[in-house]
Design a protein around this ligand. Structure first.
Ligand code: UDP
Length: 412
């Protein structure tokens, strides 16, 4: 289905759509470029997959570019993600040289598009160096940080800060992530597309046929974590929690995920997960292709409970996706999961495998509570985390920053 705003009217209402069209009036024809490091896999690609076409539908001339590099570049950008989320990772001059050289190669290719754009949104650290490498830029540059940078490794942050300080503004997902930067910082939470293959209603029988196709019996309650195989998602901790359930709480665990093209560590983590599962026939580890959106949709709908036991999480779109499908979420008590999972209301926050196991046991014994939480969860997402709110905040930011700069130029 083409992404056209009018299709969303039955879900978000006529007023929400007309408000977006009104806000976009002053931005007609504006050239907007989004830049990240992958078209598939992970939350940023998921968001840009609808944000770009819908901005286009609103009359903004919008495109999506990615930075690319050799495997060493992705190793380094992965180190950035780990270190900025608080891990201890060395940073060497050689790493920075490779990062800067690859950034220069990307700038060579992207410079005409970026320098000509009215608005450039640079997503996460991977493309951050492009600003300095586009000296003839004429538009507004915004750094959009999707990760949890509340306690970054200082060395990495100092370097990244020097790259993003000159931007006109930055966006973080949570107040706790905001940093000391010499420009306005905006807080915008991510959101989901309710009509995408990942989140749309499925046809009758599709959930059960997907389970059958994947070889997952529907004899027991299903607990699911959908995630890239990444240590911050703590898939091994999920298996520990599952093992703690014991005989008294029979269930199946599905750990499903694929790789993102910019994540070099997936295979190693997947091996750790297989080792931890130790051949348990009730643990289903699925490696999914990057376009398995409908399969993930069906898995989330087939689940009795969804788990997202991350130890760091910028936001956690998988949480939003599960809540939208009326599933209580047992989530790690970190980052953006805290914004979405409220104890007793939309699920439970947990700090350990033991905590997760206790909450799973408690809920599986209480189907009425599962239903009540599920109903509240859908409403909560509808009110807070659907794409119309997200688009509105992008548009108001663009209008606000542009006006602020114009005023500044007039008074100076
Ligand atoms: N996802 C996917 N396939 C996978 C694993 C995840 O399509 O194998 C999707 C998932 O449904 C969600 C996004 O990728 O839409 C992950 O976003 P999230 O914010 O949860 O985590 P991130 O990967 O960005 O850290």
């Amino acid at each position: 289905m083409d992404k056209v705003l009018d299709y969303y009217e039955p879900v978000v209402g006529e007023n929400a759509i007309s408000q977006l069209r009104q806000l976009a009036r002053d931005l007609q024809g504006a050239r907007v470029v989004h830049v990240n490091s992958t078209r598939v896999g992970g939350g940023v690609a998921e968001i840009l997959g609808w944000l770009v076409p819908l901005m286009e539908d609103l009359g903004l001339d919008t495109s999506w570019e990615i930075v690319e590099g050799a495997p060493e570049f992705y190793q380094i950008t992965k180190s950035f993600l780990k270190a900025l989320q608080g891990n201890k990772v060395p940073l060497t001059r050689r790493m920075l040289d490779t990062y800067e050289k690859t950034s220069e190669e990307n700038a060579e290719r992207l410079r005409p598009t970026l320098e000509d754009a009215d608005f450039v949104f640079i997503h996460d650290p991977q493309p951050a160096a492009l600003f300095d490498l586009c000296p003839n830029r004429k538009g507004i540059w915004v750094w959009r940080c999707h990760i949890d940078v509340s306690h970054p490794n200082r060395k990495y942050w100092t370097y990244l800060r020097s790259r993003v300080s000159q931007y006109h503004a930055s966006i973080f997902s949570m107040p706790e992530f905001a940093q000391s930067l010499p420009h306005p910082q905006f807080l915008i939470a991510p959101s989901i597309d309710p009509l995408s293959q990942k989140n749309c209603e499925l046809v009758d029988g599709e959930v059960s046929s997907t389970l059958m196709h994947l070889g997952i019996p529907s004899d027991l309650p299903i607990l699911t974590q959908i995630s890239r195989f990444d240590r911050f998602k703590d898939p091994v901790g999920v298996i520990e929690a599952f093992d703690l359930l014991g005989q008294s709480t029979p269930a199946r665990l599905v750990l499903a995920g694929g790789g993102a093209t910019d994540d070099p560590e997936g295979a190693a983590v997947l091996k750790e997960v297989r080792d931890a599962a130790n051949g348990n026939g009730r643990i289903h580890i699925l490696e999914l292709p990057s376009d398995a959106h409908r399969t993930i949709n069906a898995l989330q709908r087939a689940s009795t409970l969804v788990i997202q036991k991350s130890t760091k999480e910028g936001f956690g779109l998988t949480v939003t996706e599960a809540l939208w499908k009326s599933k209580p979420v047992i989530g790690g008590n970190v980052g953006g999961i805290r914004q979405q999972v409220h104890n007793h209301h939309t699920g439970y926050l947990v700090n350990s495998p033991q905590g997760a196991a206790l909450r799973v046991q408690e809920l599986l014994r209480n189907p009425v509570r599962i239903r009540q939480i599920g109903e509240r969860a859908t409403k909560f997402v509808k009110e807070n985390y659907l794409l119309n709110r997200h688009l509105r905040e992008y548009l108001t930011l663009m209008l606000g920053v542009r006006r602020g700069l114009t005023n500044h130029l007039m008074t100076n």
